[in-house]
Design a protein around this ligand. Structure first.
Ligand code: SF4
Ligand code: SF4
Length: 501
């Protein structure tokens, strides 16, 4: 930079809690504040880590509890199986989930972010503890004053890498199932390069997130975090500093001690004057414990902020300070904006009634469709590039593809027959029945034969019945194609005409 270039203007305050004033990264090393919420969150986190790990192994009705088989176009979710033909069911399921998120956020604010989101759970209860193990507990925000020994950093990243490999495999198990994953893990990556590349990419993304991007995912990338301002209202539960109690803040000197000791006493028992009380009487002693413990690097005393993930670490940091200075706990607490303003908070409000009503309606419709849905799916499609052909018997033959999906939990054998009209026959090409285990599907070519005289303007409406010989029977109608305006015989065949043999 030339000596004539004017110096860059510095911003008056941090633009982002993860940026220094000069725009460089502000690495956060939040101090761990032990307390009741940290303990409770730890148990929740360990439980969720166990659940996330075990879910792909758990089987319900012989199928994985959660399997999102995108390539096979089948989703198994807690005993229910969904296919592309179940778009209404999937839409209702997603709507129910979305409305539940709205309701939970309206009532409990960002409880998901602070207590259950996998990003928070793994970052705060796996990666940061390992980092502290290797690099020590600095306990202050901002860049480390002294970098740790190189071997510690290398060892930390090796452990991070191994954990990310493990997590990437768990992640993949949700999409391909544990059996497939074990088969891939034991085999040569060159035999399944696509899967190997996907897992390598997931490991890379996880390393990027947990080693570098970290809390910025919550602050700048997560759409749920950005939407919280429209999902919460003045009665939603938030974590907040109480400025009426805490201000004026100030360091703990003699005058502040005296003011705090006299604050709640009747006027005639006070030893300090009103001016001292007004100047020093705030409960906050400006110790910055709530700031240095915050995993997103914000100061809760600045009010409700988008960056706050509701982790309650600032509560655990501030309560012991209040104990030490003899003030009641809860200067930072779970509360609501309305309660902070001194108003009575009513849980019951329109959105708390409307959301559950909508959830009940949508979930009921979902369950009704799910329960009344047939135990098999039947689809009949035309064989590509072959409208019809005339066979030696003089009949018109349409070759179709019959796809049967067994949605039931037991094995069934399906047969197909013609319901109407009379004079039409059907035969499977590869056997008389299709036998399918639970969740299996099969596509079988079928030949449908009809006399040419049955066709009107080259078309004939046909209904086939697919049945398992027991409880299941489904009729499917479709149109056969045939010759127009004449009654051909087998001698009419034109070998050059497309669709004729
Ligand atoms: S921990 Fe409590 S007392 Fe200390 S700065 Fe934060 S709010 Fe004030
Ligand atoms: S402000 Fe408090 S609750 Fe919010 S993220 Fe920081 S420490 Fe957690």
């Amino acid at each position: 930079m030339s000596s004539n270039t004017p110096p860059l203007l510095e911003p008056e305050e941090h633009v982002l809690s993860t940026l220094e004033r000069d725009g460089s990264r502000r690495w956060l090393k939040p101090k761990v504040s032990k307390g009741r919420f940290l303990n409770r969150r730890r148990w929740v986190a360990y439980g969720l880590i166990a659940l996330f790990t075990l879910l792909p192994y758990i089987r319900i009705n012989g199928r994985p509890a959660v399997l999102l088989d995108v390539i096979g176009r089948e989703f198994h979710i807690f005993g229910g199986s969904f296919r592309p033909t179940d778009s209404l069911l999937l839409a209702l399921l997603m709507l129910t989930t979305g409305l539940t998120i709205f309701l939970v956020t309206a009532l409990l604010g960002r409880v998901w972010c602070g207590w259950a989101c996998p990003q928070t759970v793994y970052m705060e209860y796996v990666f940061r503890p390992i980092e502290r193990l290797f690099e020590g507990r600095r306990g202050v925000g901002g860049k480390p004053a002294r970098p740790p020994a190189a071997w510690r950093t290398v060892a930390k990243y090796i452990v991070f890498f191994l954990i990310c490999v493990h997590l990437a495999h768990i992640f993949m198990a949700y999409f391909v199932g544990v059996d497939q994953l074990f088969a891939w893990s034991r085999g040569n990556p060159l035999n399944h390069p696509f899967a190997f590349v996907i897992i390598a990419a997931v490991v890379g993304l996880m390393m990027f997130d947990f080693c570098f991007f970290r809390e910025q995912l919550c602050i700048v990338a997560c759409p749920y975090g950005r939407l919280q301002s429209v999902m919460i209202d003045k009665r939603s539960m938030i974590i907040s500093y109480d400025p009426t109690r805490g201000e004026p803040r100030g360091k703990l000197g003699r005058k502040k001690r005296d003011a705090l000791a006299d604050k709640d006493k009747p006027e005639d028992e006070r030893t300090v004057g009103l001016d001292i009380l007004q100047q020093y009487g705030g409960d906050c002693i400006d110790c910055h414990e709530c700031v240095t413990t915050c995993p997103t690097g914000i100061d809760i005393r600045d009010g409700l902020q988008l960056e706050c993930i509701g982790c309650a670490q600032c509560i655990d940091a501030c309560d012991p300070i209040m104990d030490k200075i003899g003030r009641p706990r809860g200067l930072i607490r779970y509360t609501s904006q309305e309660a902070l303003a001194g108003q009575h908070t009513r849980i019951l409000r329109p959105r708390v009634v409307i959301y559950p009503t909508m959830i009940a309606a949508v979930a009921s419709l979902f369950l009704f469709i799910l329960v009344t849905k047939a135990p098999a799916d039947v689809t009949i499609l035309r064989q590509a590039g072959m409208p019809f052909m005339l066979v030696e018997s003089g009949q018109v033959q349409n070759t179709m593809r019959l796809k049967v999906v067994n949605r039931d939990n037991t094995t069934h054998s399906y047969t197909v027959s013609v319901k109407e009209p009379a004079g039409v026959t059907v035969a499977m090409v590869e056997g008389d029945t299709i036998t399918l285990g639970p969740g299996e599907s099969y596509t079988e070519p079928i030949r449908v034969l009809a006399h040419p005289g049955l066709f009107s303007d080259g078309r004939l409406s046909v209904t086939l019945t697919v049945t398992d010989g027991a409880d299941y029977s489904e009729d499917t109608s479709f149109e056969l194609l045939g010759p127009r305006d004449r009654t051909p015989s087998s001698t009419d065949e034109d070998p050059q005409e497309p669709g004729h043999e």
